[in-house]
Design a binder for this molecule. Structure first.
Ligand SMILES: *Cc1c(COP(=O)(O)O)cnc(C)c1O
Length: 399
């Protein structure tokens, strides 16, 4: 079949085919891994044309590569965006984008809970270069409204937020910001959901970023990232943030592995969601558990918004034990099947302690202000038999 973009085809179909036409590669059903740093020109005029952008075609793999181009077309298709850029890591995608779009004097308005290194880059990095970082509670429209200024250039959030699972209403927040000033760019980190569960560009966002290390790759065997946006923005990020400022170029082998991962994205997400729901239901009933943060629970404060903007509730859960930090440490040290490890979206169930691990880039006071409690435990529900995951958590919680 033709792999031309066609949004009328189902998500699973596009996950397998979009952006790739096997007849361009002697019928090979999987794209070749093009291991070439440079690409030969027929003549000087062609080389000059490729450098100036007047002629399409690859010329150096810090800018683009044929294997990478397949992944970029596929991701743009799945996120329903115009274009995409694949990068060496999620942080590579986030930093290349923000370095490209922000300048000294600009205000960057950020939700109060974001991934630890994203926070660190903004608060401890960008701020040094004259960008004004301002945090707001994006679940509260009045707080956003109060913090928008003439200098606001970009707003940034995750939903559900890593690690505490706050859910932000993408359509409401982007509408509010665009009503204030339509030129403000709205950027969403869609790592937790992937386009299989949530497509922020269809809800009013301008830019989506991913850590492809997580569900997109899906097998815990690589580090990668991506940005999806309109073609002009992607071209700017590619030619400035990627090429000159970060050099965060993805390796063609990793591109291949992500393309392979994406073929089963929807299947995997279905099972991650089913397992997470069953784990959250068990934890919610457990006498030693104080609170479970999972939007699939009917009593979760974000259940309604999540039902509206997500196709399912995702594979990530957070919880707080009645015994606080000490009880959390005891649980983590007792788990046998679930691995004590950062990262998420792997086949293995991964459990970690944000305050001492992924979110230790926040100081203790910053964690307090940003809603990341010291006793919080984060679970990435894996693809194992759910009764085995539940049995492991139950033995971990038992005295
Ligand atoms: C892991 C993660 C990142 C960073 O991605 P890397 O691939 O580790 O660089 C960014 N955002 C979220 C939500 C993440 O979970």
């Amino acid at each position: 079949m033709s792999a031309d973009r066609d949004t009328k085809l189902g998500f699973a179909t596009r996950s397998v085919h979009a952006g790739y036409n096997s007849s361009d590669f002697e019928g090979a059903l999987n794209p070749p891994i093009v291991m070439s740093s440079t690409f030969a020109f027929d003549n000087v005029a062609q080389g000059a044309g490729r450098f100036s952008g007047e002629e399409s075609g690859h010329f150096y793999s810090r800018i683009s590569n044929p294997t990478q181009a397949v992944l970029e077309t596929r991701l743009a298709d799945l996120e329903e965006g115009e274009a995409a850029l694949a990068t060496a890591s999620g942080m590579g995608a986030i930093t290349a984008t923000l370095w490209t779009l922000l300048a000294p004097g600009d205000q960057l308005l950020v939700d109060k809970t974001v991934y630890g290194c994203t926070f660190s880059f903004m608060q401890h990095g960008l701020q040094k270069f004259g960008v004004n970082i301002c945090f707001a509670d994006f679940t509260d429209p009045e707080d956003i409204q109060a913090k928008l200024t003439e200098q606001t250039k970009l707003i940034y959030f995750e939903t559900p937020a890593n690690p505490n699972m706050r859910v932000i209403d993408i359509a409401a927040v982007t509408a509010l910001v665009k009503a204030y000033n339509p030129t403000i760019k709205c950027m969403v980190d869609n790592t937790y959901c992937t386009p299989a569960l949530q497509r922020p560009l269809t809800l009013g966002a301008d830019i989506v970023v991913h850590s492809a290390t997580k569900y997109l790759g899906g097998h815990g065997d690589l580090i990668a990232g991506a940005v999806v946006a309109d073609a002009e923005t992607i071209e700017q990020i590619r030619m400035y943030g990627l090429k000159d400022m970060t050099g965060a170029v993805i390796a063609p082998l990793n591109v291949f592995l992500i393309l392979r991962g994406i073929k089963t994205l929807q299947l995997r997400m279905e099972r991650h969601c089913q397992n997470a729901q069953a784990i959250a239901d068990m934890l919610d009933q457990h006498p030693d558990v104080d609170q479970v943060f999972y939007p699939g629970l009917k009593n979760d404060p974000w259940h309604l918004i999540a039902s509206q903007q997500m196709d399912d509730f995702g594979g990530m859960i957070a919880l707080e034990l009645k015994g606080g930090y000490e009880a959390a440490v005891k649980l983590l040290n007792k788990l046998k099947l679930a691995k004590l490890a950062v990262s998420l979206g792997d086949a293995e169930t991964l459990v970690q302690h944000p305050a001492s691990m992924t979110h230790s880039t926040y100081t203790l006071e910053e964690r307090g202000e940003h809603g990341i409690t010291e006793g919080l435990v984060r679970i990435s529900a894996g693809l194992e038999a759910v009764e085995d995951i539940i049995a492991d958590l139950e033995q971990g919680l038992a005295d």
